[in-house]
Design a protein around this ligand. Sequence first.
Ligand SMILES: Nc1ncnc2c1ncn2[C@@H]1O[C@H](COP(=O)(O)OP(=O)(O)OP(=O)(O)O)[C@@H](O)[C@H]1O
Ligand SMILES: [Mg+2]
Length: 245
Amino acid sequence: MVSALVEMKNIHKWFGSVHALKGVDFYVNPSEIVGLVGDNGAGKSTLIKILTGVIPADKGEIYFNGKKISFSSPREARDNGIETIYQEQALADDLSVTRNMFLGKEIQKSIGPIKLLDHKKMKKESERILSELGLKIPSMDQEVRFCSGGEREGIAIARAMYFKAKLVILDEPTRALGVAAVRRVLSLVKELKSRGIASVFISHNLHHVYSIADRIVVLVRGEKVEDIPKKETSIRELTKLIIRR
Ligand SMILES: Nc1ncnc2c1ncn2[C@@H]1O[C@H](COP(=O)(O)OP(=O)(O)OP(=O)(O)O)[C@@H](O)[C@H]1O
Ligand SMILES: [Mg+2]
């Protein structure tokens, strides 16, 4: 058996009297695409927020590469190779495409004792990787707030690839995207896999999840009710599980 890249064991979370996660076990293997599904309020975002250091768990353990960890910020998770991509939050709106690609990991050049940002090199690298991925963004100097939803997703995924993330978490990446943009995002997630990068794909659209996931995990009101290879289930079965009372 391969050892898991990430393993979350017996995770509990309370928000006041709301028991949002009730002893959830969740793992992701290297290069695996895990679909995480469940109705509104099932606990999907809470689970990944705990993994990526946005909020702490009240109980439970997390292992990353076999080592017990507890990230205290998303920054720390990112430095360890876990990128999280939200439709809105992942990018800095008022910065250019290039600056977003290299945010927090800027390329520098030295002029004598002085270190400066190497804007030219970062722009060239951004152009190279985005075009390699088939993303046609009009200008690298464009502020990201003028990019479409699909372009933003693309930049965030390209960033994860460029910096060789080990795990990319996508929380509702296809919500509010058009047909062509959805297709592009789904194919980028497959591209992540082909480069050895694992991903967790959260979506209410079971067709999107089903088309790319290797394994699907279903949460119902804070409990894991299913954890099954995609090949052994169907959209119909998953729907039944999600809406069961
Ligand atoms: N910061 C918070 N304070 C209080 N309650 C919270 C907080 N975050 C989440 N919850 C509650 O925890 C439960 C799980 O929420 P969560 O956001 O994880 O659901 P989700 O599965 O991501 O749902 P959706 O599909 O709607 O995004 C919900 O009942 C929610 O109201
Ligand atoms: Mg959510």
